[in-house]
Design a protein around this ligand. Structure first.
Ligand code: UN1
Length: 504
C-alpha cells in the first residue's frame, strides 16, 4: 500500500461503506495523486440496470404521493449527514479526483447548500393561476413529479453534480438512478451510503428511491435507453452529449445536458489588474483546469495585454504544484495519463498554429511516476485558431489581443461552446453591453469575477454545444417535474373557447 491509498479504508469505514463494496471486482479505480490502486468494484450488468431502474420506478409510484414538504424532510436529513461527513467526504474527493482539499471540502459545501435550497423549495413548487376567457372558469397549472431521473456525472465534480440533481429530484417527488464516472465510483458509494442513512432516519421512504449504477459505458447506455428513465441529466463531454441527447429524444424522454465549456474572460483597459490576476488565476488553474467552467481563453485589450501576461506568468511561476492533500498546494494532478496526453497534443497543435507556450510540462515525475502533475500553461496566440476553439480538459490558458470592444465580444462568442464567460472592466458601458442581448451568448456571464465557482442559487448551464440544460438553483426544478394545465368550470354553462358553437 502507498501512503495515499492507505488513507482510504478508514475514510470509507467512517462514511459507512463496507470493504466488500469496493474490493474483488473488475473495475479498477486508482488515485490520480500517485496512481495507486484504491479499489476494484463489481460492475452492474445491463440486465441489473433494467431491474434497478424498474425498482426505482416502483419507488417513484409511492414517493410521488408523499407531500412535498415531507419529501423535503428527507433532504434536510441528508444535509445533516453531509454536514457530519464533510471532512471525510471532502478528503475522499481529493483522494479519488485529485482536487486540493479546500476544493474537495468546497464541493461538499456545495452539496449542503443545494440540500438547504431544496428543503425550502419543497414548500415552493408553485404553479400559476391564469385568467380564463370563459365566464365561470378558472385555469391553473399543477406541477407533478416526473418519474425516474437518470443522473450521469463526470469525474471532476464527482459528488456535487449528483447532489444538484438528487436534492431537487427527491423534493420534486422523483426517484434517482445515478451512473457516476467510472473514474470516481468510490465517492459515489459514499454518497449512496449517506443517502441511505438519511432515508433510514426518515423512516418510510420507499426502498430503491436512490440507486447507484457501477460500470462503464454499457451501464450508462442501458440507463439512457431505459423507457422508464423519464429524464436523463448528463454532465460530461460534448461527445457524450451527442450520443445521449439523440438516444433519449428517440424515445421522447427528456434530457438535461451540461456539456463542454470553452470559457473566456475579456479584459478591457479600465480593468483593476490586481483583481483581474487573482480572478483569472483561480478560474484558470483551480481544479488543475478541470472544471467545465475553467477559464480557457483571455481576450485582452492590446494596451494591457503585455503587462497582464507578465503578471500572470509571475503568478504561474509561484504556484505550489503537488499532492493535493498537502496544506498549501494549489494545483493537484490531472486525472490520468490520457488527460496529460490530451494536454500535450493541444500544446503541440497550438505551437503549430503560431502559439508561444509558457509552462505546460510534466513535473514531479520522480516522486510520482504513475501520476500526472503539470505546470499550468499560458499560450500567447496570434488569433483564435482551431485549437483554441476546442475544449481541452487541462490547464491551458490561451491569450489573444483585441482593439475594439465589439471585436472582443465577437471573439468570445465565436466558439462552439456557450457555458461561462466574464469581463473585467470598470467601464459601465462595456460591462452592460457584455451582459446585454448582443453581448455574451453564454449561460453564465460575470463581471469582475472569473468564469468558475458558481453558487448554487443560480441556474447552472449553457448554450450551443454546452447542451442548453439548467441545473441547480433558480427555477431549474421545473425540469424535474411535469406541468399539467387545468381548466375548471364552476358555472352551469358550457361555453367553448375561441367562441366556437357546437350544439345540437
Ligand atoms: C463542472 O465543472 O461540471 O461553477 C461544474 C463551478 C462549480 C461547478 C462546476 N460550481 O465551477
Amino acid at each position: 500500500m502507498s501512503t495515499v491509498n492507505a488513507l482510504l479504508p478508514p475514510l470509507m469505514q467512517r462514511l459507512g461503506v463496507v470493504p466488500s463494496a469496493y474490493t474483488g471486482g473488475t473495475l479498477r479505480v486508482t488515485s490520480p495523486i500517485d496512481g495507486s490502486e484504491l479499489g476494484c468494484l463489481a460492475p452492474h450488468s445491463a440486465q441489473q440496470v433494467q431491474q434497478l431502474v424498474d425498482a426505482a420506478h416502483q419507488a417513484f409510484l409511492s414517493w410521488r404521493k408523499t407531500p412535498a414538504p415531507r419529501r423535503g424532510e428527507l433532504i434536510r436529513l441528508l444535509s445533516e449527514e453531509l454536514r457530519l461527513a464533510k471532512n471525510d467526504l471532502g478528503q475522499l474527493v481529493s483522494l479519488e479526483a485529485g482536487k486540493i482539499l479546500s476544493e474537495g471540502l468546497g464541493e461538499v459545501q456545495e452539496m449542503i447548500d443545494i440540500c438547504d435550497f431544496a428543503v425550502g423549495l419543497s414548500r415552493q413548487l408553485y404553479g400559476l393561476t391564469i385568467a380564463s376567457e370563459r365566464a365561470g372558469h378558472r385555469m391553473m397549472e399543477s406541477w407533478h413529479p416526473l418519474g425516474v431521473v437518470g443522473v450521469i456525472s463526470a469525474f471532476n465534480f464527482p459528488v456535487a453534480v449528483w447532489s444538484w440533481n438528487t436534492a431537487l429530484a427527491i423534493v420534486c417527488g422523483d426517484a434517482v438512478v445515478w451512473k457516476p464516472s467510472e473514474k470516481t465510483p468510490l465517492t459515489a458509494l459514499a454518497c449512496q451510503a449517506l443517502f441511505e442513512r438519511a432515508a433510514q432516519r426518515f423512516g418510510d421512504a420507499p426502498p430503491a428511491l436512490s440507486q447507484l449504477l457501477i460500470g462503464t459505458r454499457e451501464v450508462g447506455e442501458a440507463l439512457v435507453n431505459h423507457p422508464k428513465a423519464a429524464l436523463i441529466s448528463a454532465t460530461g463531454s460534448t461527445r457524450m452529449g451527442r450520443e445521449v441527447g439523440p438516444n433519449v429524444a428517440r424515445r421522447f424522454g427528456r434530457s438535461l445536458l451540461e456539456l463542454g465549456g470553452n470559457n473566456a474572460v475579456i479584459i478591457t483597459p479600465s480593468a483593476d489588474l490586481d483583481l483581474t490576476v487573482r480572478g483569472i488565476l483561480f478560474a484558470a488553474v483551480g481544479t488543475a483546469g478541470q472544471r467545465c467552467t475553467t477559464t480557457r481563453r483571455l481576450i485582452v485589450h492590446h494596451n494591457v495585454r503585455q503587462v497582464l501576461t507578465e503578471r500572470l506568468k509571475q503568478s504561474y511561476l509561484a504556484l505550489p504544484i503537488g499532492n493535493p492533500l498537502t496544506a498549501g498546494t494549489l494545483v493537484g494532478p490531472l486525472i490520468d495519463r490520457a488527460a496529460f496526453e490530451g494536454m500535450q497534443q493541444a500544446l503541440a497543435q497550438a505551437r503549430q498554429e503560431g502559439g508561444q507556450v509558457f509552462g505546460g510540462e510534466r513535473v514531479l515525475a520522480d516522486q510520482f511516476p504513475d501520476a500526472y502533475y503539470v505546470k499550468p500553461a499560458i499560450v500567447a496566440m496570434p488569433t483564435q485558431t482551431e485549437v483554441v476553439r476546442h475544449e481541452t480538459f487541462a490547464p491551458i490558458l490561451y491569450i489573444m489581443g483585441y482593439t475594439h470592444f465589439e471585436e472582443a465580444v465577437a471573439m468570445q462568442n465565436d466558439v462552439p461552446q456557450g457555458l461561462s464567460s466574464a469581463i473585467f472592466s470598470n467601464d459601465l458601458r462595456e460591462t452592460e453591453a457584455f451582459l446585454s442581448a448582443s453581448g455574451s451568448d453564454c449561460g453564465i456571464a460575470n463581471v469582475n469575477i472569473g468564469t468558475s465557482g458558481a453558487e448554487i442559487g443560480g441556474a447552472f448551464g449553457g448554450e450551443k454545444e454546452t447542451g442548453g440544460g439548467r441545473e441547480s438553483g433558480s427555477d431549474a426544478w421545473r425540469a424535474y417535474m411535469r406541468r399539467a394545465t387545468n381548466t375548471i368550470n364552476y358555472s352551469k354553462e358550457l361555453p367553448l373557447a375561441q367562441g366556437v358553437r357546437f350544439e345540437v
